[in-house]
Design a protein around this ligand. Structure first.
Ligand code: SAM
Ligand code: DTB
Ligand code: SF4
Length: 323
């Protein structure tokens, strides 16, 4: 196959791929996946919630927004606590941690100095570090790049059209500006979205189109299925059929062949067989550990068992896989 990396996809081209008959879409995605990746390889990371809750934004899916009564505990971790947690993750076998904060934008004070310290000290444990801290300037992104982060997560979450129905405290253009700042600072980007917010299939295709036509394809594209949170406007949204996630992952795999595709939130609600299908069509990264930020995730032993069944034996682990 002679597949070129393209940043000039049209909406209609992506729509055509997205709507291929499922059997053809799956086959095509598998072909591309094998051309660019080892299908037996999985990147595994764990999330550390450095600052949880009390967020000034009103993202209508999020447990951490201060606008809704979701009953979560607010907390902030110290540098020492983060390093300790990272050490434990390493003992459990992960090779990458993602530091998350419920900020609208990265502050320019001691709190950011602490983040830089955390990155520095966690890297000294021989772990890779990613961050997801909200909007960020070029200068701040450069500091994180100097500290050695692997990537910065900042999701577009849905289409430009639907965005104002989901978040009113910032604009889609704010999200795009942060992605541009990251690219200017040469920080690899991690950007994807959520399905199940009540968006149409055209909204999903539009989000894929925006991501695949960025100046540079992201390092990682994470897809989350909405985890409905009691107290938020999304609490009664129905669960998304797995076929929708398969279409998203397979389409992303075909249009962004080199990018790592992450099956992020929502795995607890999926069967092993559904997750397996997502891995087979190109998802090659997951978060492990019994908790994401505020919601449950499959336990580590269960995930390792599933990967073993599938023969995915080239995982970023620091120790032997448990039986
Ligand atoms: N505050 C930062 C921001 O918004 O970029 C970083 C943390 S935020 C929790 C990271 C991502 O988590 C969001 O962009 C969204 O895609 C995802 N997320 C949050 N709540 C979710 C939920 N209930 N279900 C699925 N994904 C969710
Ligand atoms: C991403 O796309 N999903 C992760 C990570 N990037 C930061 C976060 C998922 C959070 C799920 C909801 C929660 O646990 O609060
Ligand atoms: Fe805040 Fe991020 Fe949650 Fe939005 S998604 S409320 S910005 S923590």
């Amino acid at each position: 196959m002679n597949i070129k990396i393209r940043n000039n996809w049209t909406f209609d081209e992506i729509k055509e791929i997205y709507h291929l008959p499922m059997v053809d879409l799956v086959f095509k995605a598998m072909e591309v996946h094998r051309e660019f990746h080892d299908p037996k390889k999985m990147k595994i990371s764990t999330l550390i919630s450095v600052k949880t809750g009390a967020c000034v934004e009103d993202c209508s899916y999020c447990a951490q927004s201060s606008k809704y009564h979701t009953g979560i505990d607010h907390s902030t971790m110290t540098v020492e606590e983060v390093v300790e947690s990272a050490k434990q993750s390493k003992e459990n076998g992960v090779s990458r941690v993602c530091l998350s904060a419920s900020w609208r934008k990265v502050p320019n004070d001691k709190q950011f100095e602490n983040i830089l310290q955390m990155v520095h000290q966690v890297k000294e444990l021989d772990l890779n570090v990613c961050c997801t801290l909200g909007m960020i300037s070029v200068e701040q992104a450069k500091k994180l790049a100097d500290a050695g982060i692997t990537a910065y997560n900042h999701n577009l979450d849905t289409s430009e059209n639907y965005y104002s129905k989901i978040v009113t405290t910032r604009k889609y253009s704010d999200r795009l500006e942060t992605l541009n700042n990251l690219m200017t600072a040469e920080v690899p980007t991690c950007t994807g979205g959520i399905i199940g917010l009540g968006e149409t299939e055209d909204d999903r295709i539009s989000m894929l189109h925006t991501i695949a036509t960025l100046d540079k394809h992201p390092y990682t594209v994470p897809f989350n299925t909405l985890v409905p949170i009691a107290g938020t406007p999304m609490e009664d949204r129905p669960l998304v059929p797995v076929w929708d996630m398969v279409r998203m992952i397979a389409t992303a795999r075909i249009i962004m062949p080199e990018t790592i595709v992450c099956l992020a939130a929502g795995r607890s609600e999926m069967s092993d067989e559904s997750q397996a299908l997502c891995f087979m069509v190109g998802a090659n990264s997951i978060f492990v550990g019994a908790k994401l930020l505020t919601t449950p995730n499959p336990n580590y032993e269960h995930d390792m068992g599933l990967l073993k069944i599938l023969g995915i034996n080239n995982i970023d682990l620091n120790k032997e896989m448990k039986n």
